[in-house]
Write a protein that binds this ligand. Structure first.
Ligand code: SF4
Length: 914
C-alpha cells in the first residue's frame, strides 16, 4: 500500500504571523481547492479574511504550478513541506487531465517562462505581450467590419447618400449562416485577419488552458481593497494580475465621461467604435483591396487611436506589481490610451483576474471579456446575498415612455424604407412593431380610469394597478405567444437594426433635444432611442426564459415624476441555480466567502440544489477580538420607560420617536468618539430628524457631539464621512489630560442598505457605538419580493405549487396582500426575515475591524429582546453572527442597566489603554 504523507500546507507569503483562525481558514481553503467543487467559508469582517483568501488560494496556485512544471517530484523523500504529494488515486481527475495536456509543452514553457521563487512565472516575454495586443481590436473591429462590409454591398441609388447609411442590410432568417451567432462570424473573420504566428497561437492556447484565479466582489472599492491586501504579499509582484471594471469607472475620454450615466457612457463608447469601423471600411473600399492592416485603422475614440500606446500600456503593467483600478486609470491617462480596453486585453495572459460580480456571473459579459472558466478557481467574496444579487442581474425593465419612443421611431423608419427592404427585414421589423404595440396597449390606461397615487397612503394601496403574471400567461394575454423570440433576438443582434433605427431617428429630429422640462421647471435628460431599444431587447430576452424561471410584473400606475404618466413592465428572475451551474460546471472550484454566510441551507437550495448538504464544504470561524471588546445589548425601553416598538404601524408614534431621542441624549454622555445610528430608510430618518429638530432633542445632542447625516446621493457620502472622521481624529490629537471624552465626538445618522451600511469601514473611533433602530424589514407591498417569497416557499416542491394555499394570492402591490402571503408561508417568511437580519448584520458588522478594536452595539427594539426559554427558532437574535450572539445581553431590567453597562464597558476599555 502506498504511503501517504501527513502533510500540512504552509503559507510563507502571509505577511505576519497568522492568528490560529487565519491559519485554519487558509488550511481549509487549501484543502477545498484540492478537492474542487463548491465551498463556503465565513470569517467575520476584521479577521483578516481577505489576506487569508489571498494567501490560501495563491499558495495553492503556486504549488500546482510547481507540480505542472515538474518541480515537485513524486516520491516520498523528495517533497518539500510545501509540495503536495498526491497519491495517484487521490489526484483529482481534472488535475490529471490538466497535467497530461500540459506535459508536451512543459519543456518549451520552461524555456519561455521566467521562474520566481514561489514557482510562479510572469509572462514578460514579448510573445505574450503581442498576444495581448489585439484581443479587443480583433474581436470588436472584426464584428463591425463584417457588418459594414455587408452594407457596402447594399447600394441603393434611389436613396440620398445621407439616408443610405440607415438602410438595414438584407436579412434572411432561414439562412443558417445569418442565424449563426456573431461570435462565430467574428471567429472566422478573426482567423483570416490574424497575423499571429504558430507560436503565438500556441501561446494563446496555452494561456487559455492556464490555471487562473478569478476573484470577484461587489463594488469597485472592495476590489481596490483586495489589491491593497495583495500588495502586502509577494504574489503582487510574482503574478500577472489584472483588474477589470466598467467603462464608467475606466473611461478617460472627457467628452464621453461628461455624459454621466453608465448606460450613456457605454452607448457613446460603442458608437465611437462603430464610427471607427465605418472609417476603416470606407478606407478599405477606397483601397479596393479589403485587406487593410488593422493597426492602421483609425479609432472613433482618440484614446484607442494609437496601437503603440496600447502596447506601451500593456508593457508598463507587465513590469509593475499588481495595479488597482485607480492605478490603471492613472497609467491610462499618463500613456494616453484607454485603460478599459487596455485591461481587457490582458485577461488572457493573467494568472489572477480581479473583477466585479456582474462581469463574471453574466454569461454575456464573460463571453465579451473572453473569460475562460474551464478548470479555474472562482472566488466570490461578500457572498452573503449572492442568490439575490445573481437573479437581480437578470431582471429587466421597460417603461411606457421607452416603448413609445421605440414604437414611434420604428414606424417612421418602416414608412421611410419599406419599399427598399427585403422580405426578411420587412417581416422582422413589422413583428417588432407588433410586439411593441402589444406591450404599450397593456400599459395604456384610459384617462377616466387613471388613479392619481396617494403619496402618503400608509396602507400602500395603489389602486391595484400593479400585478404579476407567469411568462406564458403574459404572452397569451398579449396574443404574441406565436412569435419566435429567439429568432427575433437573433435578428436584432445580427441586423444592427437598433443602431439603424435610432440613428435615422436622431438624424431626422434635428436639432436633437436631449433635455425635457419637469413641471417644476427643472431640466432632465431624456432617454435616448438606443437605450430605449436596448431596454426592449432585454425584455424580449427575458421572454425566452422557461415559464417558472421568473415572473412578469406589470405596473400601470407608476408616474415618472417628470410631468408624464409612466408605467412599466418588469421581468423578475426567480431561479438562479441554472445561471450559477454554468460557472460551477466549468470551474474546478468555486468558493463563496463572506463575513457571515448564514443561512447556508437557503443559499444551497437557491444556487446549487443538486449538491447534497453533506457534500458542501463549509468552514466558519469566530472573531479574533476577545469578548470584553464587544458589548451587544438588546434595548427594549428608553430612559422614561417607553417601550421601543419600531414595527411599521408604531414607529411614527411621536412618543416612540421622542423616547429614541432621549436614549441618544443619554448615550452621547457615556460613549466616546463616534456613534453611528442606523435607521430603516431615508424617509424614516428624515421624519425622525424633523421631529427631533422641532422638539429640541437635536440641540441637546449637539451640546455633546456634532451631528452628521448620510446623504441620499452616493457620490456625496465621501465628503460627509471625511468630515465625520476629521471630527473624530481631531479628538484623538487633543492633550489626553484635557480630553474630556463625554463632551466631544460625533453622531452619524445612516441608513440600512445605504452606502455606509454596505461598504464603509467604521473601525476604532469611527464607530464606538452602533445603534440599530428597529428591524429593517422590507415592505410587504413590494411585488417582486413577494414573488420571491412565493418561489422560495415552493423550492424543491414543484408538485404543490398549484395547490398551495397562498398560490392564488397574486401580489398586487399593497401591504395587506403582502402580509397575507407572508402569513401563509413558512420558508418564504423565513427568507423574508433573513433579508432583514442580513441587512442588520451588514450594518452592525461595520464596527470592530481588528483585534484591538472595541465597540458597543445597541439593538433598539423590544423584538430583539427575549426570554431565552420562550425563544422561537426564528427569533431575530438567533440570526445574529455567532460572535455577537454569544455575547448578547438579550434582556435588561430597564434603561438604567443599559446605561450602567455602557459606562462600565468604556471605562474598562479605556483603562486597558485602547
Ligand atoms: S474607448 Fe475607452 S476612453 Fe474611449 S470612450 Fe471607450 S471607454 Fe472611454
Amino acid at each position: 500500500m502506498e504511503r501517504i504523507h501527513q502533510w500540512e500546507p504552509e503559507f510563507p507569503a502571509f505577511p505576519y504571523k497568522p492568528y490560529s483562525i487565519q491559519f485554519d481558514f487558509m488550511k481549509a481553503l487549501y484543502e477545498y481547492l484540492n478537492k474542487g467543487g463548491i465551498s463556503m467559508l465565513e470569517s467575520p469582517t476584521g479577521t483578516g479574511k481577505t489576506l487569508s483568501i489571498i494567501c490560501g488560494t495563491l499558495q495553492w496556485l503556486a504549488d500546482q504550478r510547481k507540480k505542472q512544471n515538474g518541480e515537485i517530484q513524486d516520491g516520498p523523500d523528495k517533497t518539500s513541506p510545501n509540495e503536495i504529494q498526491f497519491n495517484s488515486d487521490d489526484e483529482p481527475d481534472w488535475m490529471r487531465k490538466f497535467v497530461v495536456s500540459q506535459d508536451h509543452r512543459n519543456q518549451e514553457k520552461k524555456n519561455k517562462i521566467k521562474e520566481f521563487g514561489m514557482g510562479l512565472g510572469r509572462h514578460k516575454k514579448e510573445g505574450s505581450k503581442d498576444n495581448h495586443q489585439n484581443s479587443f481590436s480583433q474581436e470588436e473591429e472584426d464584428h463591425f467590419v463584417t457588418r459594414e462590409k455587408k452594407n457596402m454591398h447594399t447600394p441603393n441609388d434611389s436613396l440620398e447618400m445621407d439616408d443610405q447609411e440607415f438602410l438595414v442590410e438584407d436579412y434572411e432568417s432561414d439562412d443558417e449562416v445569418a442565424l449563426s451567432s456573431g461570435k462565430s462570424k467574428r471567429k472566422v473573420s478573426g482567423v483570416s485577419n490574424s497575423s499571429s504566428s504558430d507560436d503565438e497561437e500556441e501561446q494563446e492556447e496555452s494561456n487559455k488552458e492556464k490555471l487562473k484565479v478569478y476573484f470577484c466582489s461587489r463594488t469597485h472599492s472592495q476590489l481596490s481593497q483586495f489589491i491593497r491586501e495583495l500588495r502586502k504579499t509577494v504574489f503582487a509582484s510574482e503574478l500577472n494580475v489584472i483588474c477589470l471594471g466598467s467603462r464608467k469607472i475606466f473611461c478617460i475620454n472627457e467628452e464621453v465621461l461628461k455624459l454621466g450615466s453608465a448606460s450613456h457612457i457605454n452607448e457613446q463608447c460603442l458608437e465611437l467604435q462603430k464610427k471607427k469601423t465605418t472609417e476603416t471600411s470606407k478606407a478599405k473600399k477606397l483601397a479596393g483591396a479589403g485587406k487593410m492592416s488593422r493597426t492602421k485603422a483609425s479609432s472613433g475614440c482618440p484614446m484607442l487611436r494609437n496601437p503603440k500606446l496600447q502596447k506601451n500600456f500593456r508593457s508598463q503593467i507587465s513590469q509593475r506589481e499588481a495595479l488597482d483600478i485607480e492605478d490603471l486609470i492613472h497609467l491610462g491617462r499618463k500613456v494616453g490610451t484607454c485603460p478599459y480596453y487596455g485591461s481587457r486585453s490582458l485577461v488572457q495572459g493573467a494568472d489572477l483576474i480581479v473583477l466585479p460580480y456582474q462581469s463574471l456571473l453574466s454569461k454575456s459579459s464573460r463571453e465579451s471579456l473572453g473569460l475562460v472558466l474551464k478548470n479555474s478557481i472562482v472566488i466570490i467574496d461578500e457572498a452573503h446575498n449572492l442568490a439575490d444579487s445573481l437573479i437581480s442581474m437578470h431582471d429587466s425593465k421597460v417603461s411606457y415612455s421607452q416603448l413609445e419612443n421605440v414604437h414611434h421611431h420604428m414606424e417612421r423608419y418602416f414608412e421611410r424604407f419599406c419599399s427598399l427592404l427585403g422580405p426578411g427585414n420587412r417581416r422582422y421589423i413589422q413583428t417588432l412593431i407588433i410586439v411593441t404595440r402589444a406591450l404599450l396597449k397593456l400599459l395604456h390606461i384610459e384617462e377616466a380610469s387613471y388613479v392619481e397615487p396617494c403619496q402618503n397612503d400608509s396602507t400602500g394601496k395603489n389602486g391595484a394597478l400593479d400585478y404579476s403574471m407567469a411568462i406564458n400567461d403574459f404572452l397569451f394575454s398579449l396574443n404574441i405567444d406565436n412569435i419566435n423570440f429567439v429568432k427575433l433576438l437573433q435578428y436584432i443582434k445580427e441586423s444592427n437594426i437598433m443602431h439603424k433605427v435610432s440613428g435615422y431617428g436622431e438624424r431626422t429630429i434635428k436639432p436633437r433635444n436631449d433635455l425635457g422640462i419637469k413641471p417644476s421647471g427643472e431640466c432632465y435628460e431624456k432617454e435616448s432611442t438606443l437605450s430605449s431599444f436596448r431596454a426592449l431587447a432585454d425584455m424580449l430576452l427575458s421572454l425566452i426564459n422557461f415559464d417558472g424561471d421568473g415572473k412578469m410584473i406589470i405596473s400601470k400606475n407608476r408616474p415618472t415624476g417628470l410631468g408624464e404618466r409612466g408605467g412599466c413592465i418588469k421581468f423578475v428572475k426567480l431561479r438562479g441555480d441554472k445561471i450559477f451551474s454554468e460557472v460551477v460546471d466549468q470551474a474546478h472550484a468555486v468558493v463563496l466567502a463572506g463575513g457571515t454566510l448564514q443561512p447556508i441551507e437557503e443559499t444551497r437550495e437557491r444556487l446549487f440544489p443538486w449538491l447534497p448538504p453533506s457534500q458542501l464544504n463549509f468552514f466558519s470561524c469566530s472573531h479574533i477580538v476577545p469578548p470584553e471588546s464587544i458589548l451587544p445589548m438588546a434595548v427594549s425601553s428608553g430612559p422614561s420607560g417607553q417601550l421601543f416598538d419600531f414595527s411599521y404601524n408604531r414607529r411614527s408614534s411621536s412618543a416612540i420617536v421622542k423616547e429614541l431621542g432621549l436614549l441618544l441624549c443619554n448615550i452621547v454622555t457615556v460613549v466616546p468618539e463616534g456613534i453611528v445610528v442606523f435607521f430603516s430608510s431615508f424617509d424614516y430618518e428624515e421624519q425622525v430628524y424633523g421631529l427631533w429638530k422641532t422638539s429640541g432633542i437635536l440641540d441637546r445632542i449637539m451640546k455633546k457631539k456634532r451631528i452628521f447625516r448620510e446623504p441620499r446621493k452616493n457620490t456625496d457620502v465621501e465628503s460627509v464621512l471625511k468630515e465625520y472622521k476629521e471630527n473624530i481624529d481631531a479628538l484623538s490629537k487633543k492633550d489626553p489630560k484635557q480630553n474630556i471624552l463625554s463632551t466631544s465626538g460625533a453622531v452619524l445618522f445612516a441608513v440600512v442598505g445605504g452606502k455606509i451600511s454596505e461598504g464603509i469601514n467604521l473601525s476604532d473611533g469611527m464607530g464606538r457605538c452602533i445603534v440599530m433602530v428597529g428591524l429593517p424589514y422590507p415592505s410587504p407591498s413590494d411585488i417582486e419580493l413577494m414573488e420571491r417569497v412565493k418561489h422560495i416557499e415552493n423550492l424543491g416542491n414543484s408538485n404543490s405549487i398549484k395547490s398551495s394555499k397562498f398560490y392564488n394570492d397574486v401580489p398586487s402591490g399593497d401591504v395587506e396582500t403582502g402580509l397575507e402571503i407572508l402569513r401563509s408561508c413558512k420558508r418564504g417568511k423565513e427568507y423574508y426575515e433573513n433579508l432583514c437580519m442580513k441587512a442588520v448584520n451588514q450594518s452592525i458588522g461595520r464596527a470592530i475591524r481588528h483585534i484591538n478594536d472595541y465597540a458597543a452595539i445597541l439593538l433598539v427594539d423590544v423584538r430583539y429582546t427575549s426570554n431565552s426559554s420562550k425563544r422561537s427558532f426564528s427569533h431575530p437574535a438567533d440570526k445574529l453572527p455567532k460572535w455577537i450572539k454569544d455575547c448578547l445581553i438579550a434582556s435588561t431590567e430597564n434603561y438604567g442597566e443599559v446605561h450602567r453597562r455602557l459606562n462600565q464597558f468604556f471605562k474598562v476599555n479605556r483603562k486597558m489603554g485602547r
